[in-house]
Design a protein around this ligand. Structure first.
Ligand code: SAM
Length: 331
């Protein structure tokens, strides 16, 4: 039995989460991280924003916000990211800087995939699962609004939210597509310099015990459904990528089947056409990809992926960087 004291009022019982889910976590995470993972389901994350370099600078934002009584504390090792004390979140969302798209509230884990993707000005980039757009905006910022980003989203309501966010951020190089990302590879083969696949997933890293809606749907069957979707989007991403191009796959879930398992399946399918490459992510909460799950021993390249272990600032995340070594029409 695990239980933790909710700092606000009561004891929240972690055992409200599905038993099978907890047992899986005990296998996925080494003992030193398990406590932090379990606590992440009751802790509300600190508010973090990224300063939008397309509109402003970090020093201008800090100055503007401090004039409204909001203190900005730089997040260690993350360029342009600032922490805001919990009781100032509301003031932040009501600030002019927020309304005008000078800041974008985003967990620092979500800032890792665009950084790892490392897009350059003038390139053509595909964001295959883009809404609500935090990572698309970050990519446009890294490209200094020079080049082109194709941002694809298949869910109408989310697409319109993406559209609004992109407009507010002045990410002018983004071309939006309301469509199924699974068809893009067939329609635009060998086209993009870089592809981000921030995949739809079972979202275990965002489970919140105070909101059963976040975890009520959980089952291994649901995980299997997600894998099918992820593999088809991955196929599309690889086809759409130029030979020599870079792909980043990320999820906000802990399920090894959707993370290391998907990379392993893709490596089996594409062989030497693709290669997983090492990434440097500093931090004591960063772990390498699992070597095995249940009775499946993964391809050794899979361990080059990285897991972000959740804590009071970071959400749980999985990130893997891949380079396409050969054209896909040759396989
Ligand atoms: N990258 C986004 C960001 O940072 O703001 C978050 C992406 S979220 C993890 C995954 C998104 O993929 C969801 O908005 C979901 O609606 C979308 N999606 C699911 N299936 C899709 C598909 N077949 N094609 C394109 N988008 C899809």
């Amino acid at each position: 039995m695990y239980s933790y004291i909710d700092p606000m009022t009561t004891t929240i019982n972690i055992n409200n989460l599905p038993k099978e889910f907890i047992s899986r976590l005990e296998v996925i995470f080494p003992d030193k991280h398990l406590d932090s993972v379990l606590k992440s389901f009751i802790q509300s994350k600190k508010t973090v924003f990224r300063c939008n370099g397309l509109k402003t600078t970090s020093s201008q934002v800090s100055k503007l916000l401090s004039q409204s009584g909001i203190s900005c504390i730089p997040v260690d090792g993350v360029n342009g990211a600032f922490l805001v004390p919990g009781d100032q979140r509301r003031a932040l969302t009501e600030s002019e800087a927020f309304r005008d798209g000078h800041v974008y509230i985003q967990n620092p884990s979500s800032m890792i995939p665009p950084t790892i993707l490392d897009p350059k000005p003038g390139e053509e980039v595909l964001d295959l699962a883009a809404a609500p757009g935090g990572k698309t905006i970050h990519i446009a910022d890294l490209m200094q609004n020079n080049g082109r980003i194709g941002a694809v989203e298949s869910v109408k309501k989310r697409f319109f939210r993406l559209k609004e966010n992109i407009k507010r951020a002045d990410a002018n190089i983004v071309k939006l597509y309301l469509k199924d990302g699974r068809s893009v590879g067939r329609q635009c083969p060998e086209r993009f310099d870089r592809v981000l696949l921030d995949a739809p997933c079972s979202g275990e890293g965002l489970f919140d015990l105070s909101n059963p809606k976040t975890y009520a749907f959980w089952s291994e069957k649901k995980i299997r459904e997600m894998i099918r979707k992820q593999i088809r989007l991955f196929d599309s991403a690889i086809q759409a990528l130029k030979t020599g191009g870079t792909l980043v796959y990320s999820t906000c879930t802990f399920a090894p089947e959707e993370n290391e398992g998907v990379i392993d399946q893709i490596l089996r399918k594409y062989g030497s056409t693709i290669e997983v490459v090492a990434v440097e992510i500093p931090g004591s909460n960063i772990e390498r990809g699992l070597k095995k799950w249940r009775n499946i021993q993964f391809n050794e390249q899979v361990a080059l992926a990285r897991r972000v272990v959740p804590n009071d600032v970071y959400e749980g995340f999985f990130i893997c960087k891949i380079v396409k070594r050969k054209p896909t029409h040759s396989i």
